[in-house]
Design a protein around this ligand. Structure first.
Ligand SMILES: [Mn+2]
Length: 325
Protein backbone atom coordinates (compact mmCIF):
# COMPACT_ATOMS: atom_id res chain seq x y z
CA UNK A 1 0.00 0.00 0.00
CA UNK A 2 2.59 2.54 1.11
CA UNK A 3 4.99 1.25 -1.58
CA UNK A 4 2.39 1.98 -4.22
CA UNK A 5 1.81 5.52 -2.94
CA UNK A 6 5.57 6.15 -2.85
CA UNK A 7 5.86 5.10 -6.50
CA UNK A 8 2.98 7.38 -7.45
CA UNK A 9 4.66 10.27 -5.67
CA UNK A 10 7.95 9.58 -7.46
CA UNK A 11 6.26 9.33 -10.87
CA UNK A 12 4.24 12.49 -10.28
CA UNK A 13 7.34 14.47 -9.34
CA UNK A 14 9.21 13.03 -12.33
CA UNK A 15 6.45 14.14 -14.70
CA UNK A 16 6.28 17.66 -13.28
CA UNK A 17 8.36 20.55 -14.53
CA UNK A 18 7.49 22.88 -11.64
CA UNK A 19 7.17 21.74 -8.02
CA UNK A 20 6.06 24.03 -5.19
CA UNK A 21 6.68 22.80 -1.66
CA UNK A 22 4.91 24.16 1.44
CA UNK A 23 4.57 23.18 5.11
CA UNK A 24 2.57 24.23 8.16
CA UNK A 25 2.38 27.69 9.72
CA UNK A 26 4.50 28.41 12.80
CA UNK A 27 6.98 25.84 11.53
CA UNK A 28 8.98 23.43 13.67
CA UNK A 29 12.12 21.45 12.87
CA UNK A 30 10.16 18.71 11.14
CA UNK A 31 8.19 21.03 8.87
CA UNK A 32 11.25 23.04 7.87
CA UNK A 33 13.64 20.08 7.73
CA UNK A 34 11.37 17.95 5.54
CA UNK A 35 10.55 20.77 3.12
CA UNK A 36 14.16 21.98 2.75
CA UNK A 37 15.39 18.40 2.30
CA UNK A 38 12.79 17.46 -0.30
CA UNK A 39 13.59 20.60 -2.26
CA UNK A 40 17.29 19.73 -2.17
CA UNK A 41 16.72 16.10 -3.19
CA UNK A 42 14.62 17.21 -6.18
CA UNK A 43 17.15 19.89 -7.14
CA UNK A 44 20.09 17.47 -6.97
CA UNK A 45 18.26 14.73 -8.87
CA UNK A 46 16.62 16.81 -11.58
CA UNK A 47 18.56 20.10 -11.98
CA UNK A 48 16.37 21.04 -14.96
CA UNK A 49 13.17 21.18 -12.88
CA UNK A 50 11.91 24.34 -11.19
CA UNK A 51 11.47 23.70 -7.49
CA UNK A 52 10.30 26.30 -5.00
CA UNK A 53 9.84 26.31 -1.25
CA UNK A 54 7.13 28.86 -0.59
CA UNK A 55 5.59 29.79 2.76
CA UNK A 56 4.20 32.95 4.29
CA UNK A 57 5.81 32.69 7.73
CA UNK A 58 9.18 31.79 9.18
CA UNK A 59 10.50 30.65 12.56
CA UNK A 60 13.70 32.10 13.91
CA UNK A 61 14.94 28.87 15.52
CA UNK A 62 14.87 26.92 12.24
CA UNK A 63 16.36 29.60 10.01
CA UNK A 64 19.79 27.96 10.20
CA UNK A 65 18.40 25.22 7.94
CA UNK A 66 18.40 27.71 5.08
CA UNK A 67 16.38 30.38 3.28
CA UNK A 68 13.05 29.81 1.55
CA UNK A 69 11.94 31.26 -1.78
CA UNK A 70 10.02 34.49 -2.40
CA UNK A 71 6.42 34.24 -3.60
CA UNK A 72 5.88 33.54 -7.30
CA UNK A 73 2.99 34.74 -9.51
CA UNK A 74 -0.27 32.91 -8.91
CA UNK A 75 -0.59 31.81 -12.55
CA UNK A 76 2.54 29.66 -12.18
CA UNK A 77 0.53 27.31 -9.95
CA UNK A 78 -1.78 26.30 -12.79
CA UNK A 79 0.74 23.92 -14.35
CA UNK A 80 2.69 23.04 -11.21
CA UNK A 81 2.37 20.32 -8.63
CA UNK A 82 2.21 21.28 -4.97
CA UNK A 83 3.73 19.20 -2.19
CA UNK A 84 2.39 19.87 1.32
CA UNK A 85 4.40 18.48 4.21
CA UNK A 86 3.60 17.87 7.88
CA UNK A 87 0.24 19.66 7.73
CA UNK A 88 -3.06 18.06 8.73
CA UNK A 89 -5.52 20.73 7.56
CA UNK A 90 -5.58 22.94 4.48
CA UNK A 91 -6.09 25.96 6.74
CA UNK A 92 -2.71 25.34 8.40
CA UNK A 93 -0.74 25.28 5.13
CA UNK A 94 1.54 28.31 5.20
CA UNK A 95 0.82 29.04 1.54
CA UNK A 96 -2.86 29.51 0.68
CA UNK A 97 -2.07 29.37 -3.04
CA UNK A 98 -1.10 25.68 -2.84
CA UNK A 99 -4.65 24.67 -3.76
CA UNK A 100 -4.32 26.43 -7.13
CA UNK A 101 -2.08 23.58 -8.26
CA UNK A 102 -4.04 20.89 -10.14
CA UNK A 103 -2.19 18.15 -8.25
CA UNK A 104 -1.35 18.24 -4.55
CA UNK A 105 0.86 15.63 -2.89
CA UNK A 106 0.50 15.39 0.87
CA UNK A 107 2.98 13.70 3.18
CA UNK A 108 2.00 13.78 6.84
CA UNK A 109 2.10 11.96 10.15
CA UNK A 110 -0.73 13.72 11.99
CA UNK A 111 -4.03 12.02 12.71
CA UNK A 112 -6.10 12.73 9.62
CA UNK A 113 -8.98 15.08 10.33
CA UNK A 114 -9.50 16.54 6.85
CA UNK A 115 -8.96 14.96 3.48
CA UNK A 116 -7.38 17.26 0.92
CA UNK A 117 -4.85 16.75 -1.83
CA UNK A 118 -4.63 14.42 -4.81
CA UNK A 119 -2.11 11.90 -3.49
CA UNK A 120 -1.88 11.44 0.27
CA UNK A 121 0.78 9.49 2.10
CA UNK A 122 -0.27 9.68 5.73
CA UNK A 123 1.08 7.46 8.48
CA UNK A 124 0.11 8.60 11.93
CA UNK A 125 2.59 6.33 13.71
CA UNK A 126 5.67 7.84 12.07
CA UNK A 127 8.04 9.85 14.26
CA UNK A 128 8.21 12.67 11.75
CA UNK A 129 7.68 13.66 8.15
CA UNK A 130 11.47 13.85 7.94
CA UNK A 131 11.54 10.11 8.61
CA UNK A 132 9.03 9.64 5.78
CA UNK A 133 11.06 11.76 3.35
CA UNK A 134 14.17 9.79 4.40
CA UNK A 135 12.29 6.61 3.59
CA UNK A 136 11.18 8.04 0.24
CA UNK A 137 14.83 8.73 -0.56
CA UNK A 138 15.91 5.30 0.70
CA UNK A 139 13.24 3.51 -1.33
CA UNK A 140 14.42 5.10 -4.58
CA UNK A 141 18.07 5.71 -3.71
CA UNK A 142 19.24 4.33 -7.07
CA UNK A 143 17.39 7.17 -8.79
CA UNK A 144 17.50 9.98 -6.22
CA UNK A 145 20.41 12.13 -5.05
CA UNK A 146 21.01 13.35 -1.51
CA UNK A 147 23.84 15.28 0.14
CA UNK A 148 24.97 16.11 3.67
CA UNK A 149 22.83 19.26 3.73
CA UNK A 150 19.59 17.40 2.92
CA UNK A 151 20.57 14.63 5.35
CA UNK A 152 21.17 17.22 8.09
CA UNK A 153 17.75 18.81 7.50
CA UNK A 154 16.08 15.39 7.77
CA UNK A 155 18.08 14.38 10.83
CA UNK A 156 17.20 17.68 12.53
CA UNK A 157 13.47 17.09 11.98
CA UNK A 158 13.63 13.51 13.21
CA UNK A 159 15.45 14.59 16.38
CA UNK A 160 13.09 17.45 17.17
CA UNK A 161 9.83 15.64 16.39
CA UNK A 162 10.82 12.44 18.23
CA UNK A 163 12.09 14.19 21.36
CA UNK A 164 15.59 13.01 20.47
CA UNK A 165 14.37 9.48 19.74
CA UNK A 166 12.48 9.19 23.04
CA UNK A 167 8.82 9.45 22.01
CA UNK A 168 6.92 6.21 21.42
CA UNK A 169 6.69 7.07 17.72
CA UNK A 170 10.39 6.18 17.47
CA UNK A 171 10.48 2.76 15.83
CA UNK A 172 13.19 0.51 14.46
CA UNK A 173 12.83 2.16 11.07
CA UNK A 174 13.38 5.60 12.63
CA UNK A 175 16.82 4.52 13.84
CA UNK A 176 17.67 2.70 10.60
CA UNK A 177 16.84 5.77 8.57
CA UNK A 178 18.68 8.03 11.04
CA UNK A 179 21.73 5.78 10.66
CA UNK A 180 21.49 6.10 6.89
CA UNK A 181 21.38 9.90 7.23
CA UNK A 182 24.46 9.92 9.50
CA UNK A 183 26.28 7.99 6.77
CA UNK A 184 25.56 10.91 4.43
CA UNK A 185 27.64 13.20 6.63
CA UNK A 186 25.57 14.87 9.38
CA UNK A 187 27.73 16.87 11.81
CA UNK A 188 25.71 16.16 14.97
CA UNK A 189 27.75 18.37 17.32
CA UNK A 190 27.24 21.38 15.10
CA UNK A 191 23.56 20.52 14.63
CA UNK A 192 22.84 20.13 18.36
CA UNK A 193 24.61 23.39 19.11
CA UNK A 194 22.07 25.08 16.85
CA UNK A 195 19.05 23.14 18.09
CA UNK A 196 19.67 23.10 21.84
CA UNK A 197 21.40 26.31 22.95
CA UNK A 198 19.24 29.09 24.42
CA UNK A 199 19.91 32.76 25.22
CA UNK A 200 20.59 33.74 28.84
CA UNK A 201 17.23 35.57 29.07
CA UNK A 202 15.49 32.36 28.13
CA UNK A 203 17.12 30.54 31.03
CA UNK A 204 15.73 33.18 33.40
CA UNK A 205 12.31 32.88 31.74
CA UNK A 206 12.46 29.12 32.26
CA UNK A 207 13.23 29.49 35.97
CA UNK A 208 10.36 31.94 36.41
CA UNK A 209 7.88 29.90 34.36
CA UNK A 210 8.66 26.71 36.27
CA UNK A 211 7.72 28.53 39.48
CA UNK A 212 4.28 29.21 37.98
CA UNK A 213 3.40 25.61 37.05
CA UNK A 214 0.07 24.44 38.51
CA UNK A 215 -1.30 20.96 39.19
CA UNK A 216 -4.96 20.03 38.89
CA UNK A 217 -6.46 17.61 41.47
CA UNK A 218 -5.69 14.51 39.36
CA UNK A 219 -2.28 15.80 38.34
CA UNK A 220 -2.61 17.71 35.06
CA UNK A 221 0.33 20.12 34.99
CA UNK A 222 -0.46 23.45 33.38
CA UNK A 223 1.13 26.83 32.92
CA UNK A 224 -0.33 30.16 31.79
CA UNK A 225 2.02 32.59 30.06
CA UNK A 226 0.55 36.09 29.82
CA UNK A 227 1.88 38.60 27.26
CA UNK A 228 3.47 40.52 30.12
CA UNK A 229 5.65 37.55 31.12
CA UNK A 230 6.93 37.15 27.55
CA UNK A 231 7.73 40.84 27.37
CA UNK A 232 9.53 40.86 30.72
CA UNK A 233 11.96 38.16 29.57
CA UNK A 234 12.03 39.11 25.85
CA UNK A 235 10.63 35.72 24.92
CA UNK A 236 9.08 35.25 21.48
CA UNK A 237 5.81 33.53 20.85
CA UNK A 238 7.60 30.44 19.53
CA UNK A 239 9.99 30.30 22.51
CA UNK A 240 7.00 30.53 24.85
CA UNK A 241 5.51 27.52 23.08
CA UNK A 242 8.53 25.46 24.05
CA UNK A 243 7.65 26.00 27.71
CA UNK A 244 5.36 22.99 27.41
CA UNK A 245 8.50 20.85 27.61
CA UNK A 246 9.34 22.25 31.07
CA UNK A 247 6.57 20.02 32.45
CA UNK A 248 7.47 16.76 30.69
CA UNK A 249 9.26 15.26 33.68
CA UNK A 250 6.74 15.39 36.55
CA UNK A 251 5.88 12.05 38.09
CA UNK A 252 2.13 11.50 38.42
CA UNK A 253 1.48 14.12 35.71
CA UNK A 254 1.23 12.30 32.39
CA UNK A 255 -0.82 15.16 30.89
CA UNK A 256 0.58 18.67 30.70
CA UNK A 257 -0.14 21.86 28.80
CA UNK A 258 0.90 25.44 28.31
CA UNK A 259 -1.45 28.36 27.60
CA UNK A 260 0.09 31.27 25.73
CA UNK A 261 -1.79 34.54 25.70
CA UNK A 262 -1.68 36.28 22.30
CA UNK A 263 -3.47 39.36 20.96
CA UNK A 264 -6.23 37.20 19.43
CA UNK A 265 -6.71 34.28 21.80
CA UNK A 266 -4.94 31.89 24.16
CA UNK A 267 -2.93 29.30 22.26
CA UNK A 268 -2.65 25.88 23.89
CA UNK A 269 -0.03 23.17 23.50
CA UNK A 270 -0.90 19.83 25.05
CA UNK A 271 1.37 16.87 25.69
CA UNK A 272 0.94 13.47 27.33
CA UNK A 273 2.39 10.08 28.07
CA UNK A 274 0.06 7.04 27.64
CA UNK A 275 -3.14 9.13 27.60
CA UNK A 276 -4.63 10.04 24.20
CA UNK A 277 -5.45 13.74 24.21
CA UNK A 278 -6.35 14.44 20.59
CA UNK A 279 -10.13 14.30 21.19
CA UNK A 280 -9.72 16.81 24.00
CA UNK A 281 -7.75 19.11 21.67
CA UNK A 282 -10.36 18.71 18.93
CA UNK A 283 -13.05 19.90 21.38
CA UNK A 284 -11.06 23.14 21.74
CA UNK A 285 -10.47 24.06 18.07
CA UNK A 286 -7.36 21.93 17.75
CA UNK A 287 -5.95 18.50 17.01
CA UNK A 288 -2.70 16.72 16.28
CA UNK A 289 -1.23 13.48 17.50
CA UNK A 290 -2.39 11.14 20.26
CA UNK A 291 0.27 12.54 22.63
CA UNK A 292 1.01 16.01 21.22
CA UNK A 293 -1.65 18.50 20.19
CA UNK A 294 -2.40 22.15 19.71
CA UNK A 295 -5.66 23.95 20.49
CA UNK A 296 -7.00 27.41 21.26
CA UNK A 297 -9.30 29.01 23.80
CA UNK A 298 -10.71 32.51 23.85
CA UNK A 299 -10.92 33.38 27.55
CA UNK A 300 -9.43 32.41 30.89
CA UNK A 301 -12.76 30.85 31.77
CA UNK A 302 -12.51 28.56 28.74
CA UNK A 303 -8.91 27.82 29.71
CA UNK A 304 -10.09 26.58 33.10
CA UNK A 305 -12.77 24.47 31.38
CA UNK A 306 -10.06 22.81 29.31
CA UNK A 307 -7.98 22.16 32.44
CA UNK A 308 -10.96 20.62 34.18
CA UNK A 309 -11.83 18.46 31.14
CA UNK A 310 -8.20 17.29 31.09
CA UNK A 311 -8.41 16.63 34.82
CA UNK A 312 -11.49 14.42 34.33
CA UNK A 313 -9.80 12.58 31.45
CA UNK A 314 -6.72 11.94 33.55
CA UNK A 315 -8.78 10.87 36.58
CA UNK A 316 -10.58 8.22 34.54
CA UNK A 317 -7.31 7.12 32.92
CA UNK A 318 -5.63 6.76 36.31
CA UNK A 319 -8.57 4.75 37.64
CA UNK A 320 -7.93 1.96 35.13
CA UNK A 321 -4.20 2.24 34.37
CA UNK A 322 -2.44 2.58 37.72
CA UNK A 323 0.36 0.27 36.57
CA UNK A 324 1.55 2.84 34.03
CA UNK A 325 1.86 5.73 36.46
MN1 LIG B 1 5.92 16.76 12.34
Amino acid sequence: MAAEILSRILETIKDAQRIIISRHIRPDGDAVGSSQALKRIIRLTWPEKEVYLINRDRAHHTEFLGPEDPEIPEELYADAIAVVLDTSTSERVSNPLFSKAPCVIRIDHHIETESFGTISWIEKDRSSVCEMVAQFYSEFRDELQIDSYAATCLYAGICTDSGNFKFSSTGPQTLRLAAMLLEKGVDTQSLYSKLDLVPYDYLKFKAHAMEQVNLSPSGVAWLYIPVEMRQRFSVSDEQASEAVDFMNCISGSPVWMVFIETEKNIRVRLRSRFVAINSLAEKYSGGGHANACGAKVFSKEEMMNLVSDADALLASFKASNSELL
